[in-house]
Ligand binder design. Structure first.
Ligand code: G3I
Length: 328
C-alpha cells in the first residue's frame, strides 16, 4: 500500500514537472509578438553561456551599448575600428534581427585626440560619412544626436555646440547622416524627455522647426531610464501623441527600471505600463531595453532588467510579454 502511494505521488510529481517545463519551453518569446523588441549588447559577452542564446531567442533588434561610440569606433584621427560593431551586425544578421546604431554625436565619451582639432565640423562630417557609410543598408536606424539638451531645456555646452547658431549643428549632423545612408531612419535620443516637461518642450520645438524646414529627422528616442518611481503614463502618452502628430516615429531606446529586489512586482508593473503605452501609440514602433540580464547592467546594483544574473526570467519579463501580446 505504502509503495503504491509513493508511486502515485512520484507519478504526480513527474506529471506536474512535465507540464511546468513544457509550459516554460512553449512560452512565447518576447520577439514572438510581431513587435520590434530590442536590447543593448556588448559583443565581449557573446561567448558567455546564456548571453547570445537569450538575445537570439528573445529579441529581434540589437544596439551596440558602447561599440559604435566615438571612443571605440574612431580611436585616432585616421583610424576607424569597426571590429566590435561588425561583430554585432553579423550576429544580428545571423539571427534575423535589425540593428540600431548609437550614436554619432554626443558631448560625452569622445576620444582625447578631438581636443586638439580645430576644424571640428569637418571632423564630425568625416566621422558621420565613414561610420554611417560603413553600415549603409545594415543599420536601419541611427541615434544621430544623443543628449544635446539639458533638463532645463537649454542646449548643453559641448565641443560640437556653436552657441551662436542654436540647433544648427544638430541639423547639419542629420543632413550628413541622411546623405551617407538615405534609407536609414534618423533619431534624436535623450533621457528625462519621456513626459511633458521643459526639456521635452524644447526638443519638440526643435522637431517642429526641423520638420518645417525639411531637415531629415525621422524619430525621437525616449531612453526611459526609470527607477521605482516610474513615470506618469498619462503624461508619457500625451507627449508621444504630440510627436506622433508631427509625423515623428517613436522608439523607447534604453528602458530599465532600477529597484531593490523586494520591489520586483512594482518593477513589473512599471515595465507593463511603459510597454503598454508604446503599444497603444501607433507611432511607437520599437521598444528596447538597456541590457537584459542584471549580470551585465551599467547600473551595477540596479536589478533593473528582465532577467536576473543567472538568465532567469523575472516578473518584469512576463509583464513585458503580456504588454506586447496586446493586439495593435
Ligand atoms: O571597455 C573598458 C574596459 O576595457 C575596462 O576594463 C573597463 C574598466 O572600467 O571600462 C570599459 O569601458 C567602460 C564601458 O562602459 C564598458 O563597460 C567605460 O569605462 C564606461 O564609461 C562605459 O559606460 C557606458 C556609458 O554609456 C558611457 O559610454 C555604459 O556601459 C553604457 O551603458 C552607457 O550608455 C548610455 C548611453 O550610451 C546613452 N544614454 C545613457 C546610457 C547610460 O549612461
Amino acid at each position: 500500500m505504502r509503495i503504491k502511494e509513493t508511486a502515485k505521488f512520484l507519478g504526480a510529481v513527474i506529471l506536474i514537472s512535465f507540464f511546468v517545463s513544457s509550459r516554460e519551453s512553449k512560452a512565447i518569446p518576447l520577439r514572438g509578438h510581431n513587435v520590434v523588441i530590442g536590447t543593448a549588447v556588448d559583443p565581449a559577452f557573446l561567448n558567455e553561456p546564456g548571453y547570445a542564446e537569450t538575445i537570439s531567442r528573445e529579441f529581434n533588434m540589437v544596439e551596440a551599448e558602447n561599440s559604435m561610440k566615438w571612443e571605440t569606433i574612431h580611436p585616432a584621427k585616421d583610424v576607424y575600428d569597426f571590429r566590435e560593431g561588425d561583430a554585432i551586425v553579423k550576429f544580428a544578421e545571423q539571427n534575423g534581427m535589425v540593428v540600431r546604431g548609437h550614436c554619432l554625436l554626443w558631448n560625452l565619451h569622445v576620444p582625447e585626440w578631438l581636443a586638439s582639432e580645430s576644424k571640428i565640423n569637418q571632423v564630425l562630417h568625416d566621422h558621420i560619412d565613414a561610420v554611417v557609410g560603413h553600415y549603409r543598408g545594415r543599420v536601419f536606424a541611427w541615434d544621430v544626436v544623443n543628449e544635446a539638451f539639458s533638463n532645463d531645456g537649454s542646449l548643453k555646452a559641448s565641443r560640437w555646440y556653436d552657441g551662436e547658431t542654436g540647433t544648427a549643428y544638430i541639423a547639419r549632423a542629420f543632413e550628413w547622416a541622411h546623405k551617407a545612408d538615405p534609407s536609414a531612419k534618423l533619431f534624436y535620443n535623450d533621457f528625462d524627455a519621456e513626459v511633458l516637461n521643459v526639456k521635452s518642450d524644447a526638443i519638440f520645438a526643435m522637431f517642429q522647426d526641423f520638420k518645417r524646414r525639411g531637415i531629415p529627422i525621422h524619430g525621437i528616442g525616449f531612453q526611459t531610464h526609470l527607477n521605482v518611481d516610474g513615470l506618469s503614463i498619462e503624461s508619457f502618452k500625451a507627449n508621444m501623441a504630440r510627436f506622433a502628430a508631427l509625423g515623428v516615429e517613436i522608439h523607447i531606446t534604453e528602458l530599465e527600471v532600477s529597484v531593490s529586489k523586494k520591489s520586483f512586482p512594482r518593477q513589473a508593473a512599471i515595465y507593463r505600463a511603459v510597454v503598454g503605452a508604446c503599444i497603444a501609440e501607433r507611432a511607437c514602433t520599437a521598444v528596447q531595453v538597456w541590457g537584459f540580464t542584471d549580470k551585465h547592467s551599467w547600473i551595477k546594483a540596479g536589478n533593473g532588467l528582465l532577467f536576473d544574473g543567472d538568465y532567469k526570467r523575472k516578473p518584469a519579463y512576463a509583464a513585458v510579454g503580456q504588454a506586447l501580446s496586446v493586439a495593435r
